[in-house]
Design a protein around this ligand. Structure first.
Ligand code: ZN
Ligand code: MN
Length: 489
């Protein structure tokens, strides 16, 4: 950022709460269905249809709120947010306004600036103030598509209408695009972790908007802000914010100034462009939804939800460091998502060797996952299988380098370790009588070297080990070979 300037960024996230059914009716929440198949009079907005609040939305909303350090309000009110758009047949969205479901959150995240290769430098904690998370319904979708043998046409698909959302709004606490990036990733992981939302940006069930303005360092007032939309990935969001900061600083310095407007990220041209200006800013005429009771949440309910919450990543990291003597970097990587953390805990428990479980996961398994572009949940090698492999290496049955080869095969095929070890003939021979026989033969065939060794040429010991290993086709347990050889020589 240009010297003397600072950016002021606030974030808004809409996240789809992972319910089976919609927020005010019993239609299924499903993507990819036949257009308008998951609809009923309520979510179609037909006159006279009445909304009924889905209790599961409140439960998942509560999990999300607690995961983000928000205070759940005893009473919250649903309000009508009035605006016209074809994908909103009622002419209003049921949302929450002055009495949101949860408010006043403090969230500790880790954030880092990035070097020129985009690698994080120096992670530090940062506190974010989350003003609120309210509950609301999603709108439908306007679809513009062309079908074979037809003209291009557009239609409204209301399958998404009435899908439950949590809208999470922060104070303008961020000063750099990377802080916003780290925040969104933190929120995403927290929501997935507690099962409140799939929080998948590519699928559109987590959408974020950034409010960006800049000012001279030392100024306390805010200058005009721009709302950035259409941010389809965290990376695009970061780039859009970065672009916008530079654009605004230039616009202020040239005297042109910054318009209060909504801009879209244009990923083809790597720039933001105007979507709409302040003139059509909406006045939503919020008023309480007369068809819904105030939502009252008892402290008993909150405590029940709290008791069902899983251990959160921060606590888990600390436990890994304290219990297993793990570094912060390793503990962070093993808690990067819930699947990874569970995989590690299972492997560590079954193998009874957390240290090796961590080493194999951070080394070989991470490499395989990166090479294949797979998520750990898609790994054909289960945690149980990895634990078995670790136990096999530890027992000395196969060597470490053999184990790496076995693991690659396990990852590729999903076969368990014993099957692959047998196929590859990797089983080490630890049976002393079999090894003894080979050693006797080697000694008998190399009388000259035996004499030289016994005469003091100790360096020849390696030669004998090599001969025995060769004769056993690499299967003899090297430790057993060494022991017996020393004895016999
Ligand atoms: Zn419905
Ligand atoms: Mn909203």
């Amino acid at each position: 950022m240009k010297q003397g300037w600072e950016a002021v960024i606030g974030m808004e996230i809409h996240t789809q709460l992972a319910t089976e059914t919609k927020i005010f009716c019993s239609c299924a929440v499903e993507t990819g269905g036949e257009p308008n198949s998951n609809t009923c009079p309520t979510c179609l907005g037909l006159p006279g249809a009445l909304p009924v609040l889905n209790k599961r939305v409140v439960e998942l909303g509560a999990r999300a709120a607690l995961a983000l350090g928000l205070e759940i309000q005893e009473t919250s009110i649903f309000s009508r947010k009035n605006y016209f758009y074809p994908d909103l047949p009622k002419g209003y969205q049921i949302s929450q306004y002055d009495k949101p479901f949860s408010a006043n959150g403090t969230l500790k995240i880790m954030t880092a600036e990035r070097d020129e290769h985009g690698r994080p430098v120096d992670w530090r904690p940062m506190e974010i103030h989350i003003q609120r998370m309210h509950l609301e319904e999603d709108a439908g979708k306007n679809v513009h598509e062309g079908l074979p043998d037809t003209d291009k046409y557009s239609y409204v698909d209301l399958n998404r209408a009435g899908t439950p959302l949590g809208e999470i709004v922060t104070s303008p606490d961020f000063r750099t695009s990377w802080q916003a990036y780290d925040y969104v990733n933190h929120v995403r992981r927290a929501l997935q972790w507690v099962g409140a939302s799939d929080a998948d940006m590519e699928k559109g069930n987590l959408r974020c908007e950034a409010n960006v303005s800049v000012r001279k360092v030392g100024e306390t007032e805010f200058r005009n802000k721009v709302e950035l939309k259409n941010l389809n990935s965290v990376r695009f969001m970061q780039k859009a914010i970065e672009y916008e900061i530079e654009r605004q600083i230039e616009a202020h310095e040239s005297g042109e100034g910054v318009n209060q407007e909504t801009r879209l990220w244009d990923e083809k041209n790597d720039r933001t462009r105007v979507m709409r200006s302040k003139e059509d800013a909406h006045d939503y005429r919020y008023f309480p939804e007369p068809d819904l009771q105030p939502l009252v949440v008892t402290s008993e309910f909150i405590e029940t939800v709290r008791a069902q919450m899983p251990e959160m990543p921060d606590a888990m990291q600390e436990r890994f460091m304290a219990t297993y003597g793990m570094s912060l970097a390793d503990a962070t990587q093993l808690t990067s998502d819930k699947d990874t953390a569970e995989y590690f805990e299972t492997t560590a428990r079954i193998s009874a060797n957390p240290k090796l479980a961590a080493n194999w996961m951070l080394g070989e398994l991470t490499r395989e996952l990166n090479n294949s572009g797979k998520a750990i949940s898609e790994s054909l090698m289960t945690a149980e299988d990895l634990a078995e492999l670790i136990a096999t290496v530890e027992s000395g049955k196969i060597s470490n380098s053999q184990a790496k080869e076995v693991m690659a095969e396990m990852f590729a095929t999903g076969k368990p370790a014993p099957a692959i070890i047998a196929e590859k003939g990797f089983e080490q021979v630890s049976d002393t009588s079999a090894i003894e026989a080979i050693i006797d033969e080697v000694i008998a065939n190399n009388a000259g070297q035996v004499e030289a060794y016994r005469g003091g040429k100790e360096a020849l010991f390696g030669f004998f080990v090599g001969q025995v290993m060769k004769a056993s086709q690499g299967k003899a347990n090297p430790k057993v070979v060494n022991d017996i050889l020393r004895e016999k020589l």
